[in-house]
Write a protein that binds this ligand. Sequence first.
Ligand code: HEC
Length: 175
Amino acid sequence: MTPLITRGMLEQLATMLVIGAAVFGALAAWRAYKRDAWRRPAISGGILGGLALASLAFAYTAAPNLPTAPVWARFATSPIPATPDHIAAGRATYLAKCAICHGQRGRGDGPAALTMVPRPFDLTVHVPLHPDGEIDWFVSEGIAGTQMPAWKDQLTETERWQVIRYLQELAAGRP
Ligand code: HEC
C-alpha cells in the first residue's frame, strides 16, 4: 500500500509555505515602511506560516516516514529505450551490484538483506509505483536511514537508467 502523503512530502510543502510566508512578510514590511496598508499581506503571511507549522506537526506525528524524492526529481525521464541490449546490460549491473540485497528477482530477499532493518521492499511491487525520475533519484542518491547506498559515483547515468529499465521489465514479468 502506498500512503498518500509522506513526511518528506509534508516537509517540501512546509518549505514552500515558509517561502510564501517570507514573501508576504517582506511585502508587509515594505508597505509598513512606506506607511501603506500592510495588514493584508501580514495576515496572508501569518496564515501561510501557520499552515507550514501545521504541516510540520503532521509530518512528524501521523505521516509515515517513507523514502520521498524531491518534487523536481519526478520530472526526469529515462533517456534509455527498452531495447534488449539495454535490458541485458541493466540485468548484468543488477546482478553484480544490487542482487546481494534486493535478491535475484528483486523480491528483497538477497542474502545481505536477511538481518537488515528496514528490509529492502519488493522492487517488483515498488518500482512501478514511482515515476522514472523518482526511482533514478533513489538509486543515485541512496535512501537516508536505510542501507540503500548512493550509486551516482559508482554507476554512470546510462548504467543507472539501464538498471531501471531492467527493473521495470522484471516488474512487468517480462524477462
Ligand atoms: C546494501 C544493500 C543494498 C544494495 C547493494 C542496494 N540496495 Fe536498493 N535499497 C536497499 C534498502 C535497505 C532500501 C530501502 C527500503 C526500500 O525502499 O526498498 C533500498 C531501496 C531501493 C529502492 C527504492 C524502492 C522504493 O520504492 O522504496 C530502489 C529503486 C533501489 N533500492 C534500487 C537499487 C539498485 C538499482 C541497486 C543496485 C545498483 C540497489 N538498490 C542496491 C538496500 C540495498
